[in-house]
Design a protein around this ligand. Structure first.
Ligand SMILES: *Cc1c(COP(=O)(O)O)cnc(C)c1O
Ligand SMILES: [Zn+2]
Length: 362
């Protein structure tokens, strides 16, 4: 069995006991070294659980809607060939279902019957959906200005919804307080959520014929997606299924870009910023808890973190819709940043752009 390891003081904790942070308050990682036999995949169902051996979960039965194996769609952007990974096509309408499925599966295995989570919308919806399937009660804290579609969705899953006025950080604070008595099924804090997200990297490589792309471009806020991609590609490299890690290109809104600022200044930690409103609500995170890990991961892959303006996000949102790809504005930040990246790099690169949230959620 794997262990949880504190990223601050390196204390180890057994996997058999529910836990979301270290006694010292530090963030946890997990010692699990994922691997699967790719020759055995042929006979398996087309969902994220085909890589089961790489996913740390102790129960026999998992909480799953057979989600995953989303299309890797070959298309163009700025007249260049790119692949869009359609991760907005999940049961709850966003890429958060990968982490939700694994984390709630383990909550079920631990016998937990009530969890709390906070989110700008999509993680809350994913946790609420899997809790509904698992018959686990959940309390979801969201900022009061969260889109009404996401709020209705979370409520309709049967979650108790708590709207918190003020900035996103207030919502996180309220949830952490509630987490003193309930299990915190946090997509940011819980390493199992990020472990579930790894399957996105596995799918991309399998869909490219066990080849890594040269770059993976994706929006980044708390970095649960970006770190999941990183952990997944690291697993694939350890398994010798790929030779090189793809450059991870994180995209932030210029109105909330603590990681991009830190990256540009060669800092190890996110830099404090003054956050302004952005239509990319899903990545409007001023102080990402795993910021240090995100910056290190991007550097290790030779990647970068770019920013996009509100105008660029808005026009990218329309461009995507006119290709038939109806994503939410947060997700459109990805292709907006990809346009910048493409203009700086040569033509024969294999570029994958992750599309993260469904447009109907706006
Ligand atoms: C969660 C999410 C992301 C990525 O956010 P991280 O906090 O960096 O994991 C991107 N797009 C959408 C639509 C999301 O819901
Ligand atoms: Zn610790």
């Amino acid at each position: 069995m794997p262990e949880f390891i504190c990223t601050t003081c390196h204390t180890a904790y057994p996997f058999a006991e529910p836990r979301w942070r270290c006694e010292c308050g530090g963030l946890l990682d997990i010692t699990h070294q994922g691997s699967f036999d790719h020759r055995k995949l042929q006979d398996r169902s087309f969902n994220m659980w085909r890589y089961r051996e790489a996913l740390p979960v102790s129960g026999e039965r998992v909480v799953s809607f057979d989600e995953g194996c989303t299309p890797l769609y070959e298309s163009t952007l700025s007249d260049r060939r790119v692949w869009f990974k359609l991760d907005y096509l999940f049961p709850s309408g966003s890429c958060k279902d990968r982490g939700g499925s694994l984390l709630i599966s383990q909550c079920k295995a631990w016998g937990i019957d009530h969890v709390v989570e906070d989110s700008s919308g999509n993680a809350g919806a994913a946790i609420a959906a899997y809790c509904a399937a698992a018959r686990i009660k959940c309390d979801i804290y969201v900022p009061a200005d969260t889109s009404s579609a996401k709020i209705t969705q979370i409520k309709n899953y049967g979650a108790r919804l708590i709207k918190v006025p003020g900035p996103r950080s207030e919502t996180a604070k309220a949830a952490r307080l509630a987490a003193e008595s309930l299990f915190y099924a946090s997509h940011v804090w819980h390493p199992l959520f990020i472990q579930g997200t790894k399957t996105m990297a596995f799918e991309i490589c399998e869909q490219l014929g066990w080849r890594a792309p040269d770059a993976l471009i994706l929006p980044v806020g708390n970095g649960t997606l970006l770190l999941g991609a990183y952990w997944g590609f690291c697993d694939l490299k350890r398994m010798a299924l790929i030779n090189n890690l793809p450059a991870l290109i994180g995209i932030q809104s210029a109105h909330c870009a603590p990681l991009s600022k830190a990256f540009a200044q060669h800092a190890d930690e996110p830099i404090e910023i003054e956050k302004k409103w952005t239509m990319a609500e899903g990545i409007a995170i001023a102080n990402p808890a795993r910021g240090q890990h995100i910056l290190a991961a991007v550097r290790k892959t030779g990647g970068t973190i770019l920013t996009v303006s509100e105008k660029e996000i808005a026009s990218s949102w329309m461009d995507m819709a006119q290709k038939g790809l109806y994503v939410e504005p947060t997700s459109a930040a990805g292709p907006a940043g990809a346009k910048k990246y493409l203009s700086m790099h040569d033509k024969d690169q294999t570029i994958v752009i992750l599309l993260t949230g469904h447009g109907l959620k706006k």
